[in-house]
Design a protein around this ligand. Structure first.
Ligand code: SF4
Ligand code: SF4
Length: 446
């Protein structure tokens, strides 16, 4: 497969961070979701009895009782934030060696030093190529332990294997056995959010269900949200039946509408209306305008209300062990703690139904990829839209751009000049062609 020639670091070098963060912050501010308090303002954090975890759930056969609200630490850079998270009773931390290039694990290590290690369940992850060796996995696991300044990690996850065959990788299983014998790991895990771009991509459901059936994996991490729930519900059921811990990511698709709308407006303002864009953007604009009307007519302007309903949806499923939520600041923490123990109410379901009806078609489903086979250029549609989500909704601008720059194979730069085969193949009627083109502009700052 062709790999584009420019080194990934080079592609983002020289980019004004202020420039690209500005766009993302505008999007979040527009959505009313930026932090009112400075992140470093731990002093402003008022711990109170109601700001505690209220429900702990069985993490499959591990026997651990995990907080229903878990912590997805992809952007963790602030020890004070993690201190507050743990003080509130959150006891499930999801991390990876790749998060902030080990930075997330380093912060965890700083905070763990004065904590009762046994009360906290930590899952870390390694991405593994087919030719990885047992020794490399062991070496990388030891590095993770060093960064986290701990003797053991509770779960070592295989990170995003592309297909069922990869689950059998003997290097991982042999490394796990050796690390376990040394007391350095306790459980095997798997994370998956759909097809990666390679020769034999398979769906999240295929890979995750195969891991559940395999019997050696004790904890799963996968996508589940109110707009993408079919696969997740089947996986959750299988996890319950086999005693596997079920942890979640990408639980909140709400910001996708706002992130893309901001992207669209920005492109228009920047006068990037090439002839190709003139051809594809009106389709997207039409849908945005309809969504705006829908928002007004159905009083969906309170985004936190929708966001709350989205969290209630995932926590309302009793088969979920822990939802690993991205907590970027103290406002996020407060918001999610108030929802610990919450159930899905009829009112919340009504809001979600309205949102799905009005904006659902604008969301490229995480862990999908059903349209990719229709693309003659083999563009990894779902992966690109996930990177765009990291940039726009999660504030992970630089890492999203680096990931995009190092994507093997075709990117979305020529999507505007295509006949839009992917869009015609999308069963969810997502206006994906223009979204891909805008995502390319975001991720390259073209
Ligand atoms: S455009 Fe549609 S089919 Fe393609 S990945 Fe997104 S949701 Fe799935
Ligand atoms: S717009 Fe065309 S090139 Fe781009 S992903 Fe879709 S089918 Fe492929």
């Amino acid at each position: 497969m062709k790999r584009e020639g420019i080194a990934s670091e080079e592609r983002v070098k020289g980019v004004s961070r202020r420039g690209f963060i500005g766009g993302a912050l505008t999007a979040l501010a527009g959505a009313g979701l930026t932090a009112a308090r400075p992140l470093s303002g731990a002093d402003a954090w008022q711990a109170s009895p109601e700001l505690k975890i209220k429900e702990y759930r069985k993490l499959g056969r591990t026997g651990f009782r995990s907080s229903d609200v878990g912590f997805g630490s992809g952007e963790l850079a602030e020890p004070a934030l993690l201190e507050a998270i743990l003080d509130a009773g959150v006891n499930y931390i999801d991390t990876a060696e790749s998060y902030l290039r080990g930075g997330s694990e380093r912060v965890i290590g700083e905070v763990l030093q004065h904590r009762d290690r046994k009360q906290i369940f930590i899952s870390t992850k390694q991405g593994m190529r087919a030719n990885v060796t047992k020794d490399q996995i062991i070496q990388r696991a030891n590095k993770s332990l060093e960064r986290m300044k701990t003797d053991y990690v509770d779960c070592l996850m295989m990170h995003m294997p592309s297909n069922r065959e990869a689950l059998k990788n003997p290097a991982y299983h042999e490394a796990f056995q050796e690390l376990k014998a040394q007391g350095k790991v306790r459980y095997r895990g798997l994370s998956n959010h759909g097809p990666q771009w390679n020769d034999v991509p398979e769906t999240m459901e295929q890979v995750t269900l195969a891991a559940v059936e395999d019997g050696r994996f004790d904890v799963m991490l996968f996508v589940y949200n109110f707009l993408k729930h079919d696969q997740g519900e089947r996986i959750l059921r299988a996890c319950r039946e086999k005693g596997v811990g079920a942890t979640l990511m990408k639980t909140n698709p709400v910001l996708n509408y706002f992130e893309m709308k901001e992207n669209f407006d920005h492109a228009q303002e920047a006068g990037r209306n090439t002839a190709s864009m003139e051809r594809i953007l009106p389709r997207l604009k039409e849908r945005y305008d309809a969504a705006q009307d829908f928002i007004r007519e159905n009083d969906l302007r309170n985004l936190n209300q929708i966001r709350e309903a989205a969290v209630r949806f995932v926590l309302g499923n009793p088969d979920v062990s822990s939802a690993c939520l991205t907590i970027k600041n103290f406002d996020d923490l407060e918001f999610y703690l108030r929802l610990s123990g919450a159930k899905l109410t009829a009112a919340a379901q009504k809001i979600l139904d309205l949102y799905a009806a009005g904006m659902g078609e604008l969301y490229c489903r995480h862990a999908c990829g059903e349209c990719e086979a229709a693309c003659p250029s083999q563009v990894p549609v779902n992966t690109i839209m996930r990177y765009n989500h990291y940039f726009r909704a999660q504030g992970r601008e630089k890492s999203a751009m680096l990931k995009y720059a190092s994507l093997p194979g075709s990117r979305a730069g020529s999507c505007a000049d295509c006949a839009g085969h992917c869009e015609k193949a999308c069963p969810y009627n997502v206006p994906i062609q223009a979204q891909l083109y805008l995502a390319h502009q975001t991720l390259t700052l073209a």
